[in-house]
Design a protein around this ligand. Sequence first.
Ligand SMILES: Cc1cc2nc3c(=O)[nH]c(=O)nc-3n(C[C@H](O)[C@H](O)[C@H](O)COP(=O)(O)O)c2cc1C
Length: 188
Amino acid sequence: MSLMRLAYASEATFEAKPVEKGVEPHVARILMTSRRNNAKGKLVGGLYYGNNRFFQYLEGEEDEVRKTFDRILKDERHRNVVTLIEEPLEDRTFSNWSMKYVPLSRDVRRFLESQGLEAFEPASFTSDQCEDMIELVRNSSHDQKLVNHDDTRTVGDTPQAFSPGLKAGLIAAALCLLGALFFAGSML
Ligand SMILES: Cc1cc2nc3c(=O)[nH]c(=O)nc-3n(C[C@H](O)[C@H](O)[C@H](O)COP(=O)(O)O)c2cc1C
C-alpha cells in the first residue's frame, strides 16, 4: 500500500461564533468528526483555522486520503478549496494524531510576521511556506485542552472580552445591585 500526503487551503462559509472551550463551535464539530473518522482510517494530520480560512494537512494510505478529501471537497462549510500539496510519501511523519488542531497560535503569528504576511491567507502560501506550516503543526504542543482564548484570536481580530451570556449576567447583577441600593436608600 502506498502512502501519500495532501495539504489544501479553503475559506469557511460560516460566520465565526465566539469560541467555546478554546475552539470556534463549527470547527469543534469538524474536529470531532475528523478525529473519529481519521482514527479509523489511520489518517494523521493537522488543521489550522484562522482569519476565516482553513489550512489542512493529511497523510496516510493513498485510498484513505483520497476518500476523505473527496468528502471534504463536498462539504458546504467551506469553499474555494485550493490543493497546495498532493504527492507520494515514503514514511509517516506524524505519530499519533488523528487530527491535530492548532488555532492561530503565537508560533503561527511569529511565522506570518517573519514572512511579512499581514493575514492568514494559506491559499497564497508558497511551497516553502506550506512546509513551514506543516512543521509548525508537527512540533506544536497544543491540543484542544491546552488552547486558550488568546491563542484562538485570528490575525486582525479583536478579542471577545465577554461572551453574550456573561454580558447578560453582568447586566442582571448590576440591576439587582441598583435595586438593592434604592431599597436601602428608601429605608433611611
Ligand atoms: C475544513 C474541513 C476539514 C475537514 N476535515 C476532515 C477530516 O480530516 N476527516 C473527516 O473525516 N472529515 C473531515 N471533514 C468533514 C467532512 O467534510 C465530512 O463532513 C465528514 O467526513 C462526514 O463524515 P460522517 O459521514 O462520518 O458524518 C472536514 C470538513 C471541513 C469543512
